[in-house]
Write a protein that binds this ligand. Structure first.
Ligand SMILES: [Fe+2]
Length: 294
């Protein structure tokens, strides 16, 4: 039984774009009944040593949309990513579409607004985005009904987006042999993550699940697609009926040993602004490096 109305009869075409630099998978999702599409979790390239921003990954997605004559309606962020920078504004400038994220972005903006000592010009009201989704909100990509499910735990603003028989899980889950994402960032909570994962696992067994990340555990090739049934049966952190108590203990101990993601500092500053680079008083793009704050 699911908490939400879903239509497994609608089967969107899903094109994946894997980013080797950050192990992120971005998607173009096409409505089967029209030319409409959505982009999920795009990536902007950064060379940290040089402070250089480029767009090879985003350009490949843009070329796909244009080559297939698609109309981009939505640019979805499943959450404020800490390991890669979003290319949402760059893609929007080229193709249009609305940028959407979970309404709890306000919590994330408040938390990291303090850590990065942002001034009053940084609005903490989510106004950098075109749409803020609440749990259970629906929207359309062409004729296809889409649904946003609030799945906090990894971060407060995480959402899973269901489009027909496909769900884009962000960092709520990894592939069954990858388990789950960390829950120790500011605002994260392992117990909440367990509860959120249970909501995803109540979706129909044969719903397709698309990951935001894969690291090829134990040397296997990179993969990004599985099903609810496979996760429920085999996920190494939550599958096979593992309890909330077991998960919280395991996740908390594991997280205490993890280093910060390589790109967390630039990622948060950009992604909490919907993918826009912060600017200095002269209007030039400029990133900060807060010392001993994370
Ligand atoms: Fe993440």
């Amino acid at each position: 039984m699911t908490d939400y109305p879903v239509n497994m009869g609608v089967k969107p075409e899903v094109k994946a774009f894997f980013d080797e630099a950050t192990n992120t998978i971005s998607y173009v999702v096409k409505d089967p009944e029209s030319r409409a599409c959505a982009v999920i979790d795009s990536v902007m390239d950064i060379d940290m040593a040089a402070g250089r921003i480029t767009y090879a990954h985003a350009d490949a997605m843009i070329a796909h949309v244009m080559d297939h004559g698609l109309t981009l309606e939505w640019i979805i962020e499943t959450h404020v990513h800490a390991d890669h920078l979003s290319a949402a504004p760059y893609i929007q400038q080229k193709l249009g579409g609305k940028i959407g994220i979970g309404e709890k972005i306000l919590v994330v903006q408040d938390t990291f607004g303090k850590i990065f000592n942002e001034g009053t010009e940084f609005q903490r009201d989510g106004s950098q985005f075109d749409a803020l989704f609440k749990d259970g909100d629906t929207y359309k990509v062409g004729q296809m009904n889409c649904l946003a499910i609030h799945t906090p735990g990894h971060t407060p603003a995480c959402m899973v987006h269901v489009m027909g028989d496909a769900a884009f899980v962000g960092d709520t889950l990894f592939m069954p042999d990858g388990g789950s994402a960390r829950a120790d960032f500011p605002g994260g909570d392992a117990g909440e993550l367990y509860d959120s994962i249970q909501r995803v696992l109540r979706l129909p067994d044969d719903m397709r699940l698309f990951m935001c990340h894969d690291y090829g555990p134990n040397g296997r090739d990179i993969q990004w697609e599985t099903t609810v049934g496979a996760e429920r049966a085999h996920n190494i952190h939550v599958g096979g009926g593992k309890t909330r108590e077991d998960f919280v203990k395991f996740r908390t101990e594991r997280d205490a040993q993890l280093a910060m993601p390589r790109l967390i500092l630039p990622s948060l500053q950009v992604n909490m602004r919907a993918g826009e680079l912060p600017r200095d008083s002269a209007g030039n793009p400029m990133l900060k490096l807060p010392v001993n704050r994370l």
